[in-house]
Every structure is written in structure tokens, then in C-alpha cells.
Design a protein around this ligand. Structure first.
Ligand code: ADP
Ligand code: MG
Length: 466
């Protein structure tokens, strides 16, 4: 399988053995299966990973920070000691952090990479965006817990999974740095038993076993030559050696038993989401009137001859379509701004209108209590981008009386007929919301994100109309 299995080591407490677990787990996995590609990285601000694994002293091509700025993970991977690959640590994460807020960023980067096997991610004792993105992408999260306070802190990791709609399935607690010399009277014989019981009590699942506290293991960090030595090579006679091997075996077995990989699931989700976006876009597009809602000039499809300037939809969603720039501005000038003469499109007022229209939503609606055919009035509102009323004006619709229409056909008539009139030629309950679009790409307004904005203003406007 080409998608990697991602193991994230995370806890909000420092000094619980995360980095020791992450780095040694990589080595034990490699020892277990020579052919298994193992890639390690850390979002911690220490450089333990680099110290332990770097072979060549040449300047790195990049570091873990670059995963968040569009670099291909493949280009960042270095071959390290013990056959473990690693991505160098970064000292600029605190700067990058300010611009990041998408926990799927790391998953996105890895979906595109060709890294295989098992990826191990060490995190900082903080639920920041880097830890978040490592949790988001994980097939397995190991939470080292060494005492009651660190167990309490697990709640935040569980909350992260819940609040992002992620399954809690990957989460496993692992008692770490457990002091084997302590023994209790009663059912829980030692801290390990006690921690396990308290995890299970809270509904948390545990990995089998634990990692004991060992002075020998602690000493591997501090050496005259400034190196960090692995437990596998320098702590073979400790209990921790056996415990590490057991953890590594479980991780490996889970990785081959897992039916799907988190990254595969994630790319399927995004493919579904993209398809859903596409479908709703296409549904909106095919519902569009093809002609200008005022003058009828074709504005949609390959036979279009005019350019869309505005998008309009009725609040009952019965109709949606475009209006040419000049058509709508012409109506607005004549009826709502009371222009005596026809405004030429070279007139500076035109630019002024165009400019303010960028930030406006326009609403056409029957004036309340004017349902009687001969008294119909139309209200015209301008709302700002947030959906707050800026101004409004009411006009008589006398001229729509059938007798008058035959003499002088109004420009407003075809728009209202298409959008707001019922079969009897009376204004209904719905209103029409009109919004400027970019002439180069009018269908932009139909994209989910933009259309959501339009729909939000529609909803907000409808609560304010009488
Ligand atoms: N099994 C262990 N026994 C004794 N000391 C340990 C063990 N694991 C880690 N340590 C020591 O505990 C300290 C914290 O470990 P570390 O892995 O850096 O934790 P974290 O990454 O959670 O801050 C380090 O000094 C490390 O050498
Ligand atoms: Mg650490």
C-alpha cells in the first residue's frame, strides 16, 4: 500500500517521554522489519531527531515547517542512521504558526507525497496547529501518560477529535516513565495498573504494556560526544528494551491490520466534498435563466451575446439569473434614484453607482399592505455587504395596469414578470435579491463559498423586511 500509516505521539504535558518514544519507536520498527520504510519528524523545538539520526552534515534542503508552505514532503526527507528516514526539525515554527489555521494542512501535504510505510510524528506539549495537524492526519495517536495530571490533560486531545468530527478510534493511552519500584496495597498493585484503570474508567483505550522509568534510558541523552543513543543499541539490558519492542510490534501489527488509512479516508472525503461542490454548482448553473432578466439578451451558455453584470435570485428560489450591467443600473437610476433624463454610461454618476454597487445588495419587494391590484407598490432597498439596510424607496406601479402597459412598456415590467409576479400579474410574497458579479467570471457567485454568502445575506435580509 502506498499510503503511509501515520503515528502521532502527543500529550499536552512535557517530560512524559514523547520524544524518547517517537525516536526509539522508529528504530524498533526498523529492527522489526528492515524493509519497512520508517519516516520520523518532530514539531518539537528541540533537535533531538536531527541529533540522533543525521548522517551527513550538509545543509538540509528544508524542514518540517516547509510541509506547511507547499513543499512536497518527498523533497524534505533525509536518509538517517539506523535506516530511519527523517524530515529535519525547524526553528521557525513559532513564526509560521501565526499564518496557519487549517488542521488538514499536513494531511493535504502527505496525500501528494510518495512516502510509504510508517510515519512517526513527535509533537510539542501543546495543542497548537502543528500538533492539531498531526492529530488530524493520524492513523494511531499514542498519548504517553505518566501521572494523574497528564491523564487529565488527555481530555483536550479527545475534545480535539470530537470537535473536528474525527473518530476516536486512533487514540491509545500508554503509561510512560512508570516507576516500577512503587507498590500499592489493594487492587492496583503499581502505578501502571492504577493509570490503566483510571484511563479505562474515563473510556480511554490503552496500548498493551507500558514504558518504565529507567536511569539507564535517561542517561542515553547525555553523553560527552553530544549524541543521543538509542535504547536498542545502548540499553539492551533494561526492561524498557522489551517494553519498546512490544509497543513497536503492536504499532506494526495495527498498521498491517488497518483496513483503511487515514490519508486514504481523507482524500476520499475531499473527493466527495469536491464532487458535492461540483454538483451543487451545476444544479445552480442549470437553474439559471439564460437571458438577461430585464432585456432578454442571452447571457448564459455558448450563444450568449451580452455580459452579465448582476446576479438575481427570488427569495422563494423560483428564479435565478443574470442582468446586464446597463439594464440594472438603468432601472436603478430611473426608478430609485429618480434620474430625470436617461443616464449615459459615460456619465460619472454611472461610475459612482458601479462603485457603490460592488458593496451592495439590492432588494425588490412588494410594499406591505398594497396587495390590491390597483394600489400595488414596489419597495426598493439597498443593503450593505453585511446585510444591513442602507436606504429604501417606494414606487407606484400604476403603469403596470394592463391598459397603460400597452402604451408604454416599462423596463421594470419584464423583470418583475419574470421574477415576482404571480399568474394574475400581481406581486407575490417573495422578494428579489440582486448582487453585482464580476463580468469576467459571473458564475463565481455560484461557487459554494460565494453562494453561501449570498444565501446568508438573503436570510438576513428576509428577517429585516416588513
Ligand atoms: N523510560 C525512561 N526512563 C527514564 N527517563 C526517561 C525515559 N524516557 C524518557 N526519559 C527522560 O525523560 C525526559 C523527558 O523525556 P522526553 O522524551 O524528552 O519527553 P517529552 O518529549 O514528552 O518532553 C528526558 O530527560 C528523557 O531522557
Ligand atoms: Mg519532546
Amino acid at each position: 500500500m502506498s499510503t503511509p500509516y501515520i503515528v502521532t505521539i502527543s500529550s499536552e504535558k512535557g517530560g512524559v517521554g514523547k520524544t524518547t518514544l517517537a525516536t526509539n519507536l522508529a528504530i524498533y520498527l526498523k529492527a522489526l522489519h528492515e524493509d519497512l520504510p520508517v519516516t520520523l519528524m518532530s514539531f518539537d523545538n528541540h533537535f533531538s531527531v536531527d541529533q540522533m539520526f543525521r548522517i551527513n552534515r550538509q545543509a538540509a534542503r528544508g524542514d518540517v515547517g516547509d510541509l506547511f508552505t507547499g513543499s512536497d514532503p518527498d523533497s524534505l526527507v533525509e536518509t538517517g542512521e539506523y535506516g530511519v528516514q527523517f524530515i529535519p526539525s525547524s526553528n521557525k515554527l513559532h513564526i509560521l504558526r501565526r499564518d496557519l489555521d487549517d488542521p488538514s494542512a499536513l494531511a493535504k501535504a502527505f496525500v501528494k507525497s510518495s512516502i510509504e510505510g510508517i510515519v512517526i510524528i513527535d509533537t510539542r506539549p501543546d495543542l497548537d496547529i502543528f500538533t492539531g495537524s498531526a492529530l488530524f492526519a493520524a492513523d494511531r495517536v499514542i498519548v504517553p501518560v505518566k501521572d494523574a495530571p497528564s491523564m487529565d490533560n488527555c481530555r483536550h486531545i479527545y475534545d480535539f477529535f470530537d470537535s473536528h468530527g474525527l473518530s476516536r478510534r486512533p487514540l491509545r493511552i500508554l503509561p510512560c516513565l512508570v516507576d516500577g519500584r512503587i507498590h500499592y496495597e489493594g487492587p492496583f498493585r503499581d502505578p501502571y495498573q492504577l493509570l490503566k484503570a483510571s484511563a479505562i474508567n474515563r473510556g480511554y483505550r490503552c496500548l498493551e504494556g507500558y514504558i518504565a522509568k529507567s536511569p539507564k534510558v535517561e542517561s542515553l541523552n547525555t553523553n560527552p560526544d553530544g549524541k543521543i543513543y538509542p535504547i536498542l543499541t545502548h540499553g539492551r539490558h533494561t526492561d524498557v528494551h522489551i517494553q519498546m519492542a512490544h509497543v513497536a510490534r503492536q504499532v506494526y501489527l495495527h498498521s498491517i491490520e488497518a483496513e483503511t488509512r487515514r490519508l486514504a479516508e481523507y482524500s476520499m472525503d475531499t473527493a466527495f466534498a469536491e464532487q458535492a461542490h461540483k454538483n451543487s454548482y451545476e444544479a445552480r448553473f442549470s437553474a439559471l435563466e439564460t437571458g438577461c432578466m430585464v432585456c432578454g439578451t442571452p447571457l448564459v451558455g455558448k450563444d450568449r451575446t451580452g455580459q452579465a453584470g448582476y446576479f438575481a435570485q427570488s427569495s422563494d428560489q423560483k428564479i435565478s439569473g443574470y442582468i446586464e450591467e446597463e439594464c440594472f443600473a438603468g432601472l436603478a437610476f430611473r426608478y430609485f434614484y429618480g434620474a430625470k433624463r436617461a443616464v449615459e454610461s459615460l456619465d460619472p454618476i454611472w461610475d459612482l453607482f458601479r462603485e457603490s454597487a460592488q458593496r451592495s445588495y439590492f432588494v425588490l419587494q412588494r410594499t406591505p399592505h398594497t396587495r390590491n391590484f390597483y394600489q400595488q407598490k414596489l419597495s426598493f432597498y439597498r443593503f450593505d455587504e453585511k446585510g444591513l439596510e442602507v436606504s429604501h424607496k417606494t414606487i407606484e406601479l400604476q403603469e403596470f395596469e394592463k391598459r397603460l402597459l400597452s402604451k408604454e412598456r416599462s423596463d421594470l415590467f419584464p423583470l418583475l414578470e419574470r421574477s415576482l409576479f404571480d399568474e394574475q400579474g400581481r406581486l407575490g410574497e417573495a422578494f428579489l435579491l440582486v448582487r453585482k458579479v464580476s463580468s469576467d467570471l459571473p458564475e463565481e457567485i455560484l461557487y459554494d463559498q460565494n453562494f453561501d454568502g449570498f444565501a446568508t445575506v438573503m436570510a438576513k435580509v428576509s428577517t429585516q423586511l416588513p
